[in-house]
Design a binder for this molecule. Structure first.
Ligand SMILES: Cc1cc2nc3c(=O)[nH]c(=O)nc-3n(C[C@H](O)[C@H](O)[C@H](O)COP(=O)(O)OP(=O)(O)OC[C@H]3O[C@@H](n4cnc5c(N)ncnc54)[C@H](O)[C@@H]3O)c2cc1C
Length: 394
């Protein structure tokens, strides 16, 4: 077996987003120290998005030791949902009034993860390079990776966490179904006059799917929410170019009077929404995690939560393999990972696709029927609680 000890690493992680950083910290906590290839153009990230974390993801970050993360996260205990023509919202909440999800700022997550990673680096436990992979030769012994700098490194396993346009996925020829960018996520921070602590709101309307996610309450009792509006290209241009006052009016029209007047307190930004399926996110001595393995519509706030599920599973699988003295990049180890992940990834992808399809392609009548069903479910607490349990599970 060709292993150049100096340049051999059991695991190499490629990518610089939230999923890559979380993977590094998660593996390190379990005693696996990866080699990290950061993006060569790793400019200072300004990711102004917020992320709804499931209770499971939230717990994982707490256990990883993110210091100020809990203080800077905002729990949602109720989600009020309606279709545009419904008068009243249907309320989804946990049986015991526990949080259903937690809102966190992506920039906060980046900062907290960077702090943990720099501690690992200071202890000289993490080796990293800012470089790009030029080629990979994988065989039954190992991966031989040639970097743009000309350096050569070897590994048992490559973990590709390099986003929707994953280069690792392309180099390793992993079969991909790319549906392209058909939607954009418009994001902004809004203040509203009527505060409903720990309540988030979602409206399914003909202009797209619109959510106001509970953030803080200001000393003047006004509430601050994070807005995400999933729109197609035509709609986004029209809405994004509205003067602030008209934009605020438009959002108020969608939610009705429950929130009082709404005011924009940030810039409006737009993010492309990729839709990519990877039926089997593994190749020879390679596994893809996060958006590199599945880019879905962020309709139920699920994309990054799926990545967290991947990270928990790969960490467990690595430990399982190590306990048995198995080669971490071997097919038996990769298959174990895929078999444990594929059902949940497929289920969440289908659920978000179905919601998107229904609200993009059906008539107002059908959507009103859905609205009526939502209202009816208001009277069936067990059904609603079951749905909440599914939301919390991811
Ligand atoms: C508007 C919007 C709102 C969202 N809201 C939510 C939410 O509420 N809840 C939720 O769970 N999810 C949400 N998502 C989804 C979530 O943001 C993504 O799933 C998540 O950011 C994916 O992270 P990632 O690290 O896998 O990919 P990315 O964030 O794309 O990161 C990939 C990284 O790899 C780097 N890279 C690329 N190529 C290379 C290379 N060749 N070598 C080295 N590095 C490379 C890139 O520079 C980048 O830093 C939302 C998405 C959008 C668009």
């Amino acid at each position: 077996m060709v292993k150049m000890e100096k340049f051999f690493f059991e695991v190499i992680v490629v990518g610089s987003g939230l999923s890559a950083k979380t993977t590094i910290v998660s593996l390190f906590k379990k005693g696996i120290i990866p080699f990290w290839i950061e993006n060569i153009q790793n400019y200072k990230i300004n990711d102004d998005r917020t992320t709804m974390l499931s209770p499971k993801s939230f717990k994982m970050f707490k256990e990883l030791g993110l210091k100020d993360f809990e203080k800077k996260s905002f729990p949602t205990k109720k989600i009020n949902i309606k279709t545009q023509n419904q008068k009243n919202f249907t309320v989804f909440e946990d049986k015991k009034s526990l949080p259903i999800c937690y809102l966190t700022e992506n920039n906060v997550l980046h900062q907290e993860l960077d702090t943990l990673i720099s501690k690992i680096e200071k202890n000289k436990k993490l080796v990293k390079v800012k470089d790009e992979i030029r080629s990979i030769k994988s065989d039954s012994d190992n991966n031989e990776i040639v970097l743009k700098s000309g350096d050569k490194i070897y590994s048992s396993l490559i973990i590709g966490v390099d986003g929707a346009n994953s280069k690792i996925r392309k180099i390793q020829n992993i079969k991909t179904k790319d549906h392209g960018i058909k939607k954009f996520g418009l994001v902004a921070i809004m203040e509203h006059e009527t505060s409903h602590p720990n309540v988030s709101w979602q409206v399914f309307s003909e202009t797209g799917i619109l959510a106001l996610l509970a953030k803080d309450i200001k000393p003047n009792k006004r509430a601050v929410s994070s807005l995400i509006w999933s729109l197609d290209k035509k709609q986004i241009d029209a809405i994004r170019n509205l003067p602030s006052k008209d934009f605020e009016k438009k959002v108020k029209e969608e939610f009705g009077s429950s929130l009082g007047d709404l005011h924009l307190i940030s810039k409006i930004n737009e993010w492309p929404i990729f839709r990519i399926d990877v039926p089997n996110p593994t190749g020879t001595r390679t596994v893809l995690l996060g958006d590199a393995a599945h880019s879905i519509y962020p309709l139920a706030g699920q994309g990054f939560n799926l990545a967290i599920g991947d990270i928990l599973q790969i960490t467990d699988t690595m430990l399982w393999a190590k306990e048995r003295g198995l080669d971490l990049g071997s097919r038996v180890v990769l298959n174990k990972y895929v078999n444990n992940r594929k059902f949940w990834v497929n289920s969440v992808t289908k659920m978000t696709d179905s919601i998107d399809w229904f609200f993009s392609n059906t008539s107002n009548n059908s959507q009103n029927t859905f609205g009526s069903l939502l209202s009816v479910s208001n009277n069936f607490q067990p059904i609603k609680h079951q749905l909440v349990e599914i939301m919390k599970e991811n």
